[in-house]
Design a protein. Structure first.
Length: 274
């Protein structure tokens, strides 16, 4: 017998176990710990009362974890984590969980639902399209490090993110989870590497684990500065993870590929009007 209830009283250990069940056979398999889930929920701003789980014999076997915030001038929910364990799929559970969640969100005056789905995950994309989802943007998620080091003497400055004004760095609109307001929920984990020269500036926000949520890059004239910053970061991290650059930022993506990064996945940002 299945039941649905919110995640207010669910431990992070149980959430991690459910995550590992759900994503064991995902397009990109994922494994996490209770500590990692807690940190992710913190920085993403997951609202436990507006997040729901599917339970079978009192065991969490599926979940829809949501952050609730103002985005593009509207009160919205953002899908921070979704999935159903493999052995419980094909029973309409996700649709029932989504409808259960949708009722609660609408009752709390939340008007839009945002999510990200890997572009090659045609099944998930089709499900969300059938629920009224439209693609707003496409992102690239890159990993790797710079394959050459010519900038050992560049004057790279490193400062805590907390010392900067609370505004976006990137020239593009960051994804929901990469906004400055999201990063400030775990601000002690983030720093900024930047270099300035002749009224030009390239800045890269990076976490203690090498995750990069925002890059300030104005175009081809800043390539040398971009190289310098990534040369520094590549000396300090075995692998860098650059999260969600809009694909229309073609100059930036092209240059990151040129210096040794690769695209792990592309994702659609989708929106469902509730």
């Amino acid at each position: 017998m299945y039941e649905f209830r919110n995640l207010e009283n669910i431990s992070f250990e149980d959430l991690a176990n459910a995550h590992n069940l759900v994503f064991s056979d995902y397009v990109v398999p994922k494994h996490t710990t209770a500590e990692e889930i807690e940190a992710y929920f913190k920085v993403t701003g997951v609202n436990h009362s507006q997040s729901f789980g599917a339970f079978y014999e009192d065991k969490l076997i599926g979940l829809l974890a949501n952050s609730v915030d103002t985005f593009r001038g509207k009160t919205v929910a953002y899908d921070a984590m979704t999935g159903i364990a493999r052995e419980h799929r094909g029973k309409g559970l996700f649709s029932k969980l989504f409808e259960h969640t949708k009722i609660s969100l609408k009752n709390n005056n939340i008007t839009h639902y945002y999510l990200e789905v890997i572009t090659t995950n045609e099944k998930a994309y089709t499900i969300y399209k059938h629920k009224g989802g439209n693609v707003d943007r496409e992102f690239s998620f890159l990993t790797g490090r710079m394959n050459k080091d010519f900038y050992k003497n560049a004057e790279i400055k490193i400062s805590p993110l907390s010392t900067f004004p609370k505004k976006e760095f990137s020239n593009y609109e960051p994804s929901f989870g990469n906004r400055i307001v999201s990063l400030h929920r775990d601000i002690e984990s983030y720093q900024v590497a930047y270099i300035e020269s002749k009224n030009k500036n390239v800045s890269v926000i990076f976490s203690n684990q090498g995750r990069i949520p925002q890059i300030k890059f104005d175009g081809p004239d800043d390539i040398d500065l971009l190289h310098a910053v990534f040369s520094y970061l590549s000396r300090n991290f075995e692998n860098l993870k650059i999260s969600n650059i809009p694909v229309d930022e073609s100059e930036l993506i092209k240059e990151l590929l040129n210096i040794g990064f690769s695209i792990l996945v592309n994702q659609y940002e989708m929106c469902i009007e509730l």
